[in-house]
Design a protein around this ligand. Structure first.
Ligand SMILES: NC(=O)c1ccc[n+]([C@@H]2O[C@H](COP(=O)([O-])OP(=O)(O)OC[C@H]3O[C@@H](n4cnc5c(N)ncnc54)[C@H](OP(=O)(O)O)[C@@H]3O)[C@@H](O)[C@H]2O)c1
Length: 308
């Protein structure tokens, strides 16, 4: 397949690498539906917020602070609800959960989009490596806290990444969740993204017998603020060649928006999507024992956090 064919081809869903969030929702009315998007103030989350609202949905846009969420929500046309949700602060995540409940918001979709990537030095929150804590534990608290707010056909979409394949060979280093026994920005990012994928699959197993779904997505490689921690050489090449071989933001947001809204995937659960189609993931992402263990360890971590 030539590069041109790769960039323009469509998969079984009718969409592909070059599809945009607007294209995958073309003709869809999301009137009467409510979606929550984390990280709504930047990159893919900002575009997901815009396009979901454009199609008539009410969108709960969360960001680290309510000011950031408000600014992002004010910038789009449509119905939005700005909320603070700082994922590395359980108190903030729990307050977000409580506010969604207080407002009686029933969610047709929960798009766990926010994330940090490749922190050059080990940083921690509550004793846990920060990418694992932010990308996985923060979203674990949010999603498990909001399960009752999901509609009967509610969809949970976890932003994973092709970089989940960079996770340690044992999958999740349960004996090194602090990062103190060894840390690499990319490997630990990979671990956090494998955790997002395992969480989606375990949640899908727990949803079995219902009409709710949980899936994970790789959005593609897109030049957003996510690369802020990349070193200057990598950043230089990213900047130089990015416009040629990377997806743009509307294309990058397509897969998460597609999985959250498209009627053709209403019954698809426990899958990993890339370019708006089901895609293969690392083998151990399909290991139910690993996923179950991650869930149980996450529950224990959360139960031991201050304020429980
Ligand atoms: N871009 C890519 O090539 C790519 C590839 C694979 C997967 N992904 C995944 O796609 C998702 C979106 O990334 P993006 O490219 O759109 O990146 P981005 O432009 O950097 O946006 C990330 C969003 O997450 C928010 N965020 C970061 N830490 C947070 C925290 N502790 N609490 C709450 N929100 C937090 C950011 O808020 P602030 O602006 O306030 O920091 C921002 O709104 C991420 O999960 C990423 O792992 C992206």
């Amino acid at each position: 397949m030539s590069l041109y064919q790769y960039f323009t081809s469509k998969g079984p869903s009718g969409f592909g690498y070059g599809s945009t969030a607007e294209e995958v929702t073309q003709g869809l009315s999301l009137e009467g539906k409510t979606y929550l998007v984390t990280g709504c103030n930047s990159g893919l989350g900002q575009e997901a917020l815009r396009v979901l609202a454009l199609r008539g949905a009410r969108v709960v846009g969360t960001a680290r602070t309510v000011e950031k969420a408000k600014e992002a929500c004010d910038a789009v046309k449509g119905s939005t609800v700005p909320l603070a949700c700082e994922l590395s602060d359980p108190k903030s995540v729990r307050a977000c959960v409580e506010e969604v409940k207080r407002q009686g918001l029933e969610l047709d979709g929960l798009i766990c989009n926010a994330g940090i990537m490749a922190l050059p030095k080990l940083e921690k929150a509550f004793g846990y490596e920060l990418q694992f804590f932010t990308n996985h534990i923060g979203h674990f608290i949010l999603v498990t806290g909001l399960l009752e707010q999901l509609t009967d056909t509610g969809r949970v979409v976890m932003l994973s990444s092709g970089a989940h394949s960079m996770a340690p060979k044992e999958g999740i280093q349960f004996d090194n969740l602090s990062g103190e026994k060894g840390y690499s920005g990319w490997r630990n990012y990979g671990q956090s993204k494998l955790a997002n994928l395992l969480f989606a699959k375990e949640l899908a197993r727990r949803f079995a017998g219902t009409n709710k779904t949980a899936n994970a997505v790789h959005p593609g490689v897109i030049r957003t603020k996510l690369g802020r921690h990349m070193n200057s050489v990598a950043g230089f090449f990213f900047g130089l060649f990015g416009p040629v071989w990377l997806k743009d933001v509307p294309q990058g947001a397509a897969t998460e928006v597609f999985v959250a809204t498209h009627p053709s995937v209403k019954d698809t659960s426990g899958k990993y999507f890339a370019d708006c189609n089901v895609a293969p993931s690392r083998k151990d992402a399909d290991d139910p024992e690993l996923a179950k263990k991650l869930w149980e360890v996450s529950e224990k971590i959360v139960s031991e956090l201050p304020g429980q």
